[in-house]
Design a protein around this ligand. Structure first.
Ligand code: HT7
Ligand code: ZN
Length: 844
């Protein structure tokens, strides 16, 4: 397969004035008739008329009304065209029913829908399918379906047809069409300038009752973007459609967002607090793309972080404003370390703006999204809130309607602040997580921090230059008082010292407050200092971080030399859990332990070979010790944080439930599941029901509840996904692969639905000790299923291959078995480009 390079970018030889598409819908033989007005692009050096096209049957093509015979090539067609404006017309036939890859136009439960990002439009018609070719679209849909939707504003409609006009020039990846027997949850929104917008969430009949929360989240997002970024919605209508078969979470198509049903449907009985929060965040994310992604799009796919990093950053700001800022930050950092740090420190490491790819679908990664958002957070920290707001105003003013680049983005900051951001740009260009080593000295009232930064080599990048790193820091006196409030140090050198004078005694530093940069901090510390910060730090992130470091070091000692649970940790964390002045959601997070993957990474970084079973044993031992020690407190917390009011998915109630359920986890380890059974029997919402089921499974008392749960929810596909996952996640490592195998034989298991596949095989990969089982059975089961899935859905297969990305951390036996599984996948004839690229990179 061909590698594409950022350095080879060339503008397309033609611009498009107008696109008109007619769809004659038929499940197996849909006809697409395109009429496109092209004109030569004065900016382009070449005039090669190549249109992308895949899996299309060309019926005819015309230029200015005269039939032409283009040359059909792999991936598209070429044609001789006039050296002036001309009209291209073509008719193609496509087969939505046979499209199981879920890219282009496909069918899900009898409904037509599309997914065009990144390169799916070329499976709909011949077109320059690249994000820098933007055009206004007119669409006519012909078919008997009750509802027929496309981008933009509605035009004429009548018996068997509907027309749509999208006045805003857009790239093809934002095209969307939906048609089927759908029902809507309607509402309206008045924009800041007083325009009235029709809002709809379209769902399958039966799902109407699960739309209200999503609609409130949409209106809140629209208002927030006006209030905080001054961005107003720009069409008369905004439609969201829920689709069951979808490769990712959701898609920001202009005026017609399409959502994985798991990311928009929500009701108290069927959705957990976590599901509600996710729905709110994803609705906001897709809506925010209207400005950061759609009105200003990317010049090419290397610039993906331009829209994704910024939009993730904006949706995190929104969630912080709607809920708790510290809880959101801590949760995001947990996810960043689990997914992005792992990526950055393994064979798949790549810069936030990659320089080459084979298959762009493989670059929708934690690095592009989450590290891309961290980079924007650092920029904001460095220039300050006011300058950030000014720069964003200029960005929208200068680049509205553009297909922009990271250079354009950084230039607005340079122009508004006068700063030189060339060193900052390294964050976009260099892969790998920087390590910042910290030493401190104290003499005669002067405290000095000595910092040293380095980034290990990553594939294709052996040498790294020093980056500018904003390090937020505060200093605490030995009595716990803050003597230096938070200030941001700008580290620009490989080695740099920062001096604080006039201190009465040696302070305790609180470094990297709020996790002000995505780096690994290396500093010698001891239990006493960590317990001190856990008790006194005014920065909630570092307070949590101190507890996390205590837990991690205690666990590492248990794993390495069979030490018992660390009393310093248990005492300190109990004090936090006991402190009713602290937010219950924060306390629930503080009670959590580092994950298997975190611990494996720490061991690996320190030069040890992690043993997944030993890590699992240590975690179990510590959880059991914690449960035993905190029984009284857990009983008190469980009673105290029961929510008496009717269920609401707000931050306050969900925080209380999170703490009560953490307490239930501890109680169940001691009472054998008696209280969990009671909660299960009385639960009137999914958060309570699922937490109880989880405790019952852990206590080995889940059999009856598992059957009852299935009987109760067998009609609800999203709840049954939870049923598949939970049994695998809670399985003992020795049984995880077998439980997975058994569940793949269940009549409700299907490979065609990505949610169900992820709920099953994805859950196996998340049962880390089970997946990395010394027998190799976890690797074998996953490889078998990925081989089966690849011809059906390459995109989902390739994403799930990332489960193997840490294989080189483990012992020789495991490495050999993982290598065998990867080689078996690679040896498949006709393996997709997506999976070939992914496995090749992972294999190394
Ligand atoms: N911009 C979208 C990314 C995307 C996608 C979504 C659904 C299916 C396939 C997809 N390929 C790429 C989603 C987002 O980040 O908002
Ligand atoms: Zn996005």
């Amino acid at each position: 397969p061909q590698t594409i390079y950022l350095k080879d970018y060339q503008p397309f030889g033609f611009e498009i004035d107008k696109v008109h598409l007619t769809f004659r819908l038929n499940p197996e033989k849909t006809r697409v008739i395109s009429r496109i007005v092209f004109r030569p692009n004065p900016e382009a050096e070449e005039r090669d008329f190549f249109l992308h096209g895949e899996e299309l049957d060309l019926i005819w093509a015309k230029i200015d009304g005269a039939e032409v015979t283009p040359i059909l090539e792999d991936g598209g067609l070429r044609c001789a065209v006039p050296e002036r404006a001309f009209t291209w017309e073509a008719e193609v036939e496509i087969n939505p029913e046979a499209n199981t890859a879920l890219e282009g136009l496909y069918m899900s439960n009898g409904m037509y829908c599309t997914q065009c990002e990144a390169e799916g439009f070329r499976k709909i018609t011949y077109y320059p399918d690249r994000p820098d070719v933007m055009a206004p679209f007119e669409v006519r849909i012909e078919g008997d379906e009750k509802v027929k939707l496309s981008n933009g504003n509605p035009g004429a409609s009548g018996d068997g047809f509907a027309e749509w006009h999208d006045p805003w020039p857009k790239p093809a990846y934002l095209f969307a069409l939906v048609a089927g027997d759908l029902v809507n949850h309607p509402d309206r929104f008045e924009t800041m300038s007083g325009r009235d917008v029709e809002l709809n969430i379209w769902v399958r009949p039966g799902d109407e009752g699960k739309c209200a929360f999503g609609m409130e989240a949409l209106k809140a997002s629209m208002r927030w973007d006006e209030d905080v970024y001054g961005r107003e919605y720009d069409l008369d209508i905004f439609n969201i459609v829920a689709v069951d078969d979808f490769n990712m979470g959701a898609m920001e198509n202009k005026g017609l967002n399409i959502f994985n049903s798991s990311c928009v449907l929500a009701s108290p009985e069927t959705s957990t607090d976590g599901n509600f929060e996710r729905v709110e965040a994803i609705i906001a994310h897709e809506y925010f793309h209207n400005w950061t992604g759609n009105r200003i799009t990317c010049r090419d796919w290397f610039q993906l972080c331009l829209k994704e990093g910024l939009t993730v950053f904006r949706d995190a700001q929104f969630t912080s404003d709607m809920r708790s800022e510290p809880v959101k930050r801590i949760s995001d950092v947990i996810a960043l370390r689990a997914r992005q740090f792992c990526e950055d420190n393994g064979p798949l490491a790549h810069p936030v703006r990659p320089e080459s790819f084979v298959e762009i679908n493989n670059f929708y990664t934690a690095t592009v999204y989450e590290k891309g958002a961290e980079v924007i957070g650092m920029l904001k920290t460095l220039v300050g809130d006011e300058a950030y707001a000014k720069a964003l105003d200029l960005y929208f003013e200068r680049h509205d309607g553009d297909a922009a680049t990271i250079e354009d983005w950084l230039r607005v900051f340079e122009d508004t602040t006068g700063r030189d951001l060339s060193q900052f740009k390294r964050w976009y260009e260099q892969a790998g997580t920087p390590r910042v080593k910290v030493r401190d000295t104290y003499k005669d009232g002067t405290f000095t921090l000595h910092l040293e930064q380095s980034t290990p080599p990553t594939p294709g990048q052996d040498v790294k230059d020093a980056r500018v790193i904003p390090i937020a820091i505060g200093l605490l006196a030995p009595n716990g008082n803050e003597v230096v409030p938070t200030q941001v140090l700008e580290m620009t050198q490989a080695n740099q010292s920062f001096v604080f004078e006039g201190l009465a005694s040696r302070p305790v530093p609180s470094i990297l407050r709020g996790f002000s940069a995505p780096v690994i901090l290396e500093r010698e510390s001891d239990n006493a200092e960590r317990a001190f910060l856990l008790a006194h730090d005014t920065d909630p992130f570092n307070k949590w971080e101190a507890g996390r470091a205590l837990a991690r070091d205690g666990l590492l000692a248990m794993i390495r030399n069979g030490a018992g649970p660390d009393d310093a940790y248990l005492d300190a964390i109990e004090a936090v859990a006991r402190d009713d002045n602290l937010d219950p959601a924060f306390r629930a997070l503080a009670l959590g332990l580092p994950s298997q993957e975190d611990l494996a990474q720490s061991l690996y970084e320190a030069g040890d070979t992690p043993d997944p079973q030993a890590i699992w044993d240590a975690l179990e031992t510590l959880k059991q010790a914690q449960a035993q020690k905190m029984q009284d407190l857990a009983t008190r917390l469980y009673a105290q944080y029961q929510v008496d009011e009717p269920y609401a998915p707000n931050a306050e109630q969900s925080g209380a439930r999170a703490l009560a359920n953490a307490a239930l986890g501890m109680i169940s380890r001691v009472d054998g599941g008696a209280l969990a059974q009671k909660q299960y029997d009385n639960a009137d919402n999914m958060t309570q029901q699922l937490a109880a089921l989880s405790c019952l499974l852990k206590a080995g008392k889940g059999a009856a509840a598992v059957t009852a749960f299935y009987d109760q929810w067998k009609h609800d596909r999203l709840v049954i996904d939870k049923w598949f996952s939970l049994q695998i996640l809670q399985a003992d490592p020795d049984d995880a692969a077998e439980v997975t195998q058994i569940l793949t034989n269940h009549p409700d298991f299907t490979m065609k639905n990505p949610n169900r596949f992820r709920a099953t095989l994805g859950a196996l990969t998340m049962n880390t000790a089970g997946f990395h089982h010394v027998s190799g059975v976890g690797y074998g089961v996953l490889a078998d299923w990925l081989i089966k899935l690849d011809p059906i859905n390459p995109q989902t297969t390739a994403r799930m291959c990332t489960a193997f990305e840490t294989w080189k951390r483990y012992d020789e036996t495991r490495q050999e078995m993982a290598a065998r599984a990867l080689d078996r996948i690679l040896a498949q004839p006709e393996l997709s480009r997506d999976t070939t690229e992914m496995v090749t990179r992972i294999r190394g």
